[in-house]
Design a protein around this ligand. Structure first.
Ligand code: XBP
Ligand code: MG
Length: 267
């Protein structure tokens, strides 16, 4: 069914922090389990992990940790790109195991918005820094194996040389969709992701997490605590430059839907 009204042709979803709140209790736990299994005395607590999240990409994050947090330069030097790749592979197997156990729920409103978009003929894509298998495993766990085909493009991980906040992954998604940014809307959770999406000129909605709630999210179309449900109203946060315009577009809505997306793009 072709949707009537609105210029919106596609939603481009970030994954970590947006589809699901994956970092603190998912990725961070998987990193620590991989360190333990490898006999390393490294432990990333929630505070340190919050700081390391400034580095996009798990392999890059491990490399950054080795360069900046290991006291012994000889130990740091042992962590070659190949050694890091191997350790990160272990982390990914721990992370997908957590997903398979159903321990990482979708955030409020995510399933509702995806199903609404599909019913209205709005195309779907993914643009994420995370490893592709993490994306397909999360989607399959929550929507079934066939759901990965709902997303025409799954641009993720090492598909691009430069990770977020670089815009490369969003340029790739737009290129594969064959759309211009003005006809799309990106959904993100962090300043890094917002910078990436805006770097590709994409209007962007941000749903913050515990790690990103206090970040500067100036260029966002609207900043929300989550996408909301009819019986679980969202809160519009005064975290973007156009907060007044965001509030006017929200117009007392309780949840983010295609009508609100259209109002934001039209305003
Ligand atoms: C967030 C990231 C990823 C994850 C870890 O991705 O920066 O690196 O933290 O996943 P998103 P990997 O763009 O979805 O917010 O270890 O697979 O990189
Ligand atoms: Mg994210």
């Amino acid at each position: 069914m072709t949707r009537v009204g609105g210029s919106l042709k596609a939603l481009i979803f970030d994954v970590d922090g947006t589809l699901a709140d994956t970092e603190r209790d998912g990725h961070r736990v998987a990193f620590n389990r991989a360190f333990q299994e490898s006999g390393l005395d490294w432990h990333w607590d929630t505070e340190l992990y919050g700081r390391l999240l400034a580095v996009g990409g798990g392999k890059e994050r491990i490399g950054y940790f080795c360069r900046h947090f290991l006291a012994d330069p000889a130990e740091a030097a042992r962590w070659t790109p190949e050694a890091i790749r191997e350790l990160h592979g272990l982390k990914t197997s721990h992370y997908t195991a957590l997903l398979d156990q159903g321990l990482i729920p979708l955030r409020p409103g995510v399933e509702r918005l995806i199903r609404e978009a599909r019913a209205a003929g709005v195309r779907l894509a993914i643009a994420s820094t995370t490893t592709p298998v993490n994306v397909t495993t999360l989607l399959a766990r929550h929507f079934g194996e066939a759901s990965t085909a709902w997303f025409e493009v799954i641009a993720a991980g090492d598909a691009v040389p430069a990770k977020k906040p670089a815009p490369d992954i969003y340029f790739l998604a737009l290129e594969r969709l064959g759309l211009v940014p003005e006809d799309c809307l990106a959904l993100e959770d962090s300043q890094s992701g917002l910078r990436a999406a805006r770097g590709a000129a994409l209007p962007t909605v941000v749903t913050v997490t515990g790690y990103t709630r206090w970040q500067d999210l100036g260029p966002a179309e609207i900043v929300l605590d989550h996408l909301g449900e009819p019986d679980l109203p969202f809160q519009v946060l005064p975290s973007n430059a156009d907060y007044k315009r965001s509030m006017e577009a929200a117009d007392g809505a309780t949840h983010f839907d295609l009508a609100l997306a259209d109002r934001l793009l039209a305003a």
